[in-house]
Design a protein around this ligand. Sequence first.
Ligand SMILES: Cc1cc2nc3c(=O)[nH]c(=O)nc-3n(C[C@H](O)[C@H](O)[C@H](O)COP(=O)(O)OP(=O)(O)OC[C@H]3O[C@@H](n4cnc5c(N)ncnc54)[C@H](O)[C@@H]3O)c2cc1C
Length: 436
Amino acid sequence: MIQPNPESPVNYLPEIDNSYDVIVVGGGPAGSSTAALVAEHGHSTLLLERAELPRFHVGESLIPETYWPLKRLGLIDRLKESAFPRKYSVQFVSEGVKESAPFYFDMYNPHESSVTWQVERGKFDQMVMDRARELGAVVHTSAQVTDVIFEDDVAVGVKVRLLNEDGGRTEREIRSKVVVDATGQSAFISNRRGQRDADPRLKKGTIWTYWKGAHRDPGKDEGATLIMQTPGKKSWFWYIPLQDDVVSVGCTGSMSHMFGKENGDAETVYTRELDLCPAMTKRLANAERCTDYFTTKDFSYYSREGAGNGWVLVGDSFGFIDPVYSSGVFLALKGGEFAADAIHDALQRCDLTGPRLGQWQPLYKQGIENFRKLVYAFYAEDFSFGAFLKENPQYKSNMVDILVGDVFKPGVGDIFDAMGVVEPELDEPLKPVMAS
Ligand SMILES: Cc1cc2nc3c(=O)[nH]c(=O)nc-3n(C[C@H](O)[C@H](O)[C@H](O)COP(=O)(O)OP(=O)(O)OC[C@H]3O[C@@H](n4cnc5c(N)ncnc54)[C@H](O)[C@@H]3O)c2cc1C
C-alpha cells in the first residue's frame, strides 16, 4: 500500500476492494461525518471525493449546536487547538444602519457548546475527512463518481474515475450494500431521478469576496457574524471574520436583483449594494479586497425522495435552504450522524429499504422546516422580528433555539403558530402545473 505523505498535494491512494458495505460519494462535512461514523460502527466503508483536499468551499460560519456532532466525531479538542476565530454571537443590522444588540449564545446556555467557530472550509473539511480515515474508512480523493449503479431500482454500487499514481485515470465499478449521496449541490441521485425541486420563494443569488484589514469589534465581538439587511430588505450582507485578518463578506438577494441582465458585472452589483449598507462600508473603510468575486445562485431546493432501496441522501444533496442562519454545515454533520446510525441499524436488520435507511428524515425535515420558516420571515418585507418579539417576548427563547440550531427540540416551532403565515414575495410568478 502507498504510505501517507502529508507533504504531497495528492493524497495517498489506498487500494480499493471490489465491494464495501457502504460507499459514500462526496467528502464534504456530510459525507465525511457519515463515513466516519459508519466505519466506527464497524462496517467496511469507502469515501470517494472528486476534489483534492483542502479545497475551497463557501460556508464558513458555524452555529453552536454543531458542537454535538463534532463531539461525537471526537473533533472538539482539535477545533479548540485550531486558529479558527471563536464565535460567541450573531448581530443583526436592518436598513443598512440600525445595529441591534448582539445575541450572545452563552446568555441563553452557559455551556461550552455556546462558543463556536468561523472556519476556513478547506481546513475544516480536511479535518472531518481525516477523522473518517482514522476511524477506518478507506478514503480516495480525485475520485469522480460518474454513475450510481441501479439494478431493479436498487442501488448496488458506483462507477468511479480514479486518479492513478502516474496521473492517468482508471474507471472502476465498485459494489456496495448502501450508497450514500453526499455530493452537495451536485445532488447526484436526485438530479438523475428528476427529484429536485427549487424553493420558489427563495430564488436567490450571492456575490462574495474576501477582505483583509477590515474593522473588527473588540473582545468577545471580534469573531461575531454580522447579518446586515439593506433598505427595503432588497439584499443582505454577511460579515464572517476568519483567521489571518481576513473577512468573508457576501451579498445575497433575489435573482433579478443580483443577476438581472441590466445589472452589470458582479463587482458593479456588489459595490451598488455596499453603498446601501453604511454599517458595512464603515467596517471595510481601511480594508483591501484580497480575492476576486465569487458567485453562486439557485441554491435553495429540496429532493422529493430522501432515500430508496440501497441509497440515502445526506447534507446539501438532500436539500439546502438559504445561507442566512449559517445552518448548512450543522445540518450536514447532524444529517451525517443520523444517517450513519440508520445505516448501521439497516445493515444489522438486513433491511436496506428506503424507509429503513431514511428513518431519521421525518424528524430532520421538521428541523429544516423550523429554519425555513425563520428564513421566510427574514425575507418578508412587512415582518419585523423586533416588533414581533416586543409583542410576544415569551417566544424569544424559541427564536434563540432556532438561531443556535436546536431545531429538533419538541415545541421549538410553537413560535410559528404565534407568527402566523409569514412568506416573502415570489421573485417571479409560479408557473402553472399542467395536468397530464
Ligand atoms: C452562498 C452560501 C453561503 C453559505 N454560508 C454558510 C455558512 O456561513 N455556514 C454554514 O454552515 N453553511 C453555509 N452554507 C452552506 C454550506 O456550504 C453547505 O450546507 C455545506 O457545505 C453542505 O455540506 P455537504 O457535505 O452536504 O456538501 P459539500 O460541502 O458541498 O460537499 C460535497 C462534496 O461532494 C463532492 N462531489 C460532488 N460530486 C461528486 C462526484 N460526482 N464524485 C465525487 N465527489 C463529488 C464535492 O467535491 C464536495 O466536496 C452556505 C451556502 C451558500 C450557497
